[in-house]
Design a protein around this ligand. Sequence first.
Ligand SMILES: [Zn+2]
Length: 512
Amino acid sequence: MRLRLLITAALLGFCGLPLAAQQGSTPPTPSRGVRYPRLLIRNAMVIDGTGNPVHGPLDIMVEGSTITSVRPARPVDEFGTGRGGSAAAGPAADKVIDATGMYVMPGIIDVHSHIQFSRSGPMPKDYEYKLLLAHGITTIRDPGSGEGIDTMVAHARLSAENRITAPTIIPYATVAADNPTDVRAMIRRVKAAGAMGLKVFVNRPDVWDAIGDEAKLLGLPIATDMRIQEYDVRDAARLGVRSIEHWYGIPDAAIPGGVQHFPETYNFDNESDRFRWAGDLWRQADSARLSVVLDTMLAHHMTWDPTFGVYEANRDIGRAQTLPWFAEYAHPAVMAYFAPDPTRHGSYHFDWSTADEVRWKNNYRIWMKWVHEYAMRGGNVTVGSDAGFIYHLYGFATIREMELQQEAGFEPLEVIQHATSNGAKLLGIANTGVIRAGYSADIAIVDGNPLQNMKVLYATGVDTPVNGKIVKRGGVRWTIKQGIVFDGEQLRAEIRQMVKDAKAQRAAGGGQ
Ligand SMILES: [Zn+2]
């Protein structure tokens, strides 16, 4: 397969684009998900996504793509689900999922999920999509894909039409330019191409002003990290930015004197420098100033999407490099991309020292405290993974983010709210993220209780003692996107096969 390297001109910072994008490869395989006229989920314990406590057991009726009723579980016959169904209960369900002993929650919304069809080499186009669905993720916001906005808009449509196996995709386009005129033209172009929002990195103040103005005119939300530059998160608030990704611009707005202290040899364009010394940024920020910055963000209804997980390798590189799911679920092109290499984005873990890890552990403590504080003041906090970089594997990364939000002090119910209805709020999709009649049938049916252990959401499951023996339990048994049912076990088997095939191909000297 011939590869064409697309060298990205812009300087990309954490969430950058892949240096190589696969061209002209085969399209994803057709969807095998099925949407039923009437689907009944029986006898489920329900986490509704609003922060309400668990209710159950409940029966959930889905008609087409919509939840039409959620009510206390009733005997099978009352629904007319086949044998001896009563006519009074209405038409029979076409499909019944017995969720006895399982927990049902809204499909997860990952608001920071780059679509990547290649890393160090090409991967099957279904690979990432299936990993996402296998973890109950039914909606993603793609904050800029190296595959280009046209491809992402096309895939969003194919997904909506159930022609590919993929979550609902909200495609954002990355914009940057040297001057206000060019950036305005670029924004108009991506809007016409179907972009639903803008992802913005580093820009001159006059270009930022033009972006804010043009985005407002065209009704496009902006996501940005406000990585260290002349403007910080206070300017972003003024310009109407909808979400702060990661965190940099927040402590940067609270540094006494305004300029962060770096070693004399620091170079922002050296990723190793940038990631190492970012680990000192929260320590340098002043608490009183941070408090005011948070109030400014609140006043402008900004969402904070912290993406704790994608930096986690910085505090514990050995753990990150040996995660248990890599063996069966990591495509070799992803693993090769993660390996330390100064030419690749996010692959900067060479000479990573004990002191670096300690610095980052302290950075996390302060960062987590302020994210929690933002939510306590009423700020919207979401779940975004930024997977595909730094040992952060698609799907698993989203669940890891949820675990880290629990570590930040949130109750599991709050974490699930971040991962569902808070994401819907950020994306302006009013009818998803909650298990409730009238809402979209975006649902994850989980073999286990994620409130008790978030790890049950991992495709690898959890070790559970049954009759004195340890067996694998857990995983998302069914993922339902817009009423379309995907079998979790089948997805997991297909992913493992893709990985196996890719490894065999490599061993035989083929592939990438
Ligand atoms: Zn990113």
